[in-house]
Design a protein around this ligand. Structure first.
Ligand SMILES: Nc1ncnc2c1ncn2[C@@H]1O[C@H](COP(=O)(O)OP(=O)(O)O)[C@@H](O)[C@H]1O
Ligand SMILES: [Mg+2]
Length: 359
């Protein structure tokens, strides 16, 4: 396959847009996936919507299913309206997969691994970059090794907490992190079980909530300052887009703040001096390179009160809903929604052409 996404010889690239999936973010994925599907340039691409059901199976779905209100509504009629695609048949139906999934199994390297085995080019980061990006603790250690500022963090393992070390763990948190602090699962998204805790008394409940989602929970310093986020696109020479400021309606940004129309607020560009914008872009690019990310990503950060830029987390498959902040940042950098999708596909083809072994 050519490294360019140009339409040579009149044959449009067949792009399967995978959406839905099994994670807590499947409804957001539906919104992202159908926006990607809708905005994809029809002169170059021939898109197919591929729904991932709650057991991880693939289904080619027609427009009338794609337009349903929820993944549950789609799933109900799959047998009647959809066409089941066994994994090994996927490569006969598409030339490339645009991954419109978020969260577990879609964003964390699992699907990427399957697509590597099937030898199908796909958008975004590879197996390792995706897995690192999903694990908030592991990627922080890599950031710190690269001189990138991160929140002070104490990981708490469920077996230790439940194994009678509660007092020692609580003391460790009070000593090493202090209050207020933030408790969250290591590998979730959309603020799932993310809690601000103001005293030792609040820790057990917050931990119990987060252990519902993961066996390792992070307790971290509550960062005061301006929350910012910056899209980065590209492979070997990544380009940081125009950073945005994130204005939460509560202390912790909720799913509704992030993705539903008219809720929460972002300002692009962030209302900081030009020099700080540059610093944010610099850190975003550094974080992207430190994890070896590909295609596109959105790095969430804080500008601390003293001006240092700390990385909170990378999002290796950031939201692609119509109103999402990544598109505002791209627009501020002169790239419209269709262009961004086009570039992401171009980066995917380039990365797969150049790889030696799995991405
Ligand atoms: N250490 C922190 N200090 C201040 N606010 C935080 C901290 N951690 C999380 N938050 C708030 O909670 C939101 C969700 O946390 P985040 O770590 O990004 O989890 P998720 O992966 O669920 O998005 C952030 O966007 C931020 O507003
Ligand atoms: Mg986040």
């Amino acid at each position: 396959m050519s490294a360019s996404s140009e339409n040579k010889g009149g044959n449009k690239l067949r792009v399967g847009v995978i959406l839905g999936g099994v994670s807590s973010e499947k409804e957001v994925s539906l919104e992202s996936g159908r926006n990607i599907f809708a905005k994809m340039d029809r002169k170059k691409y021939n898109p197919t919507a591929i729904f991932m059901d709650s057991r991880g199976g693939f289904w080619e779905i027609p427009l009338k299913l794609l337009m349903r209100n929820s993944t549950r509504d789609i799933e109900m009629d799959l047998d009647e309206e959809g066409k089941k695609i066994p994994y090994e048949e996927l490569k006969f139906r598409v030339d490339l997969i645009y991954i419109g999934l978020h969260g577990k199994y879609g964003e964390d390297g699992c699907l990427q691994g399957l697509l590597e085995i099937l030898d199908i080019p796909y958008t975004g980061s590879g197996v390792l970059g995706s897995a690192l990006g999903m694990d908030k603790y592991t990627c922080r250690r890599i950031f710190a090794m690269n001189g990138i500022d991160v929140p002070k963090t104490v990981p708490v393992e469920r077996c230790e907490w439940e194994g009678g070390r509660k007092e020692a763990i609580l003391e460790g948190i009070a000593k090493d992190i202090g209050f207020p602090c933030v408790v969250k699962p290591t590998r979730e998204g959309c603020s799932t079980a993310v809690k601000k805790v103001v005293s030792k008394d609040g820790i057990p409940d917050a931990l119990a909530g987060a252990f519902e989602w993961d066996n390792v929970v992070l307790v971290e310093e509550f960062i005061e300052g301006m929350e910012v986020t910056c899209g980065v696109i590209g492979n070997d020479e990544p380009l940081a887009l125009t950073p945005s400021e994130t204005i939460p309606t509560q202390d912790i940004l909720s799913l509704e703040d992030k993705f539903l129309y008219g809720q929460g607020e972002n300002k692009t560009p962030a209302r900081v001096p030009e020099e700080v914008l540059k610093r944010i872009q610099g850190v975003a690019g550094q974080a992207y390179r430190a994890l070896g990310l590909k295609g596109y990503s959105r790095i969430d950060m804080f500008v601390r009160k003293d001006g240092r830029v700390a990385v909170l987390e990378p999002n290796t498959l950031p939201g692609m809903t119509p109103s999402t902040v990544l598109f505002h940042q791209a627009a501020a950098s002169g790239i419209n929604q269709s262009d961004l999708i086009d570039r992401v596909i171009g980066f995917a083809l380039e990365a797969h052409e150049n790889k030696r072994g799995p991405l």
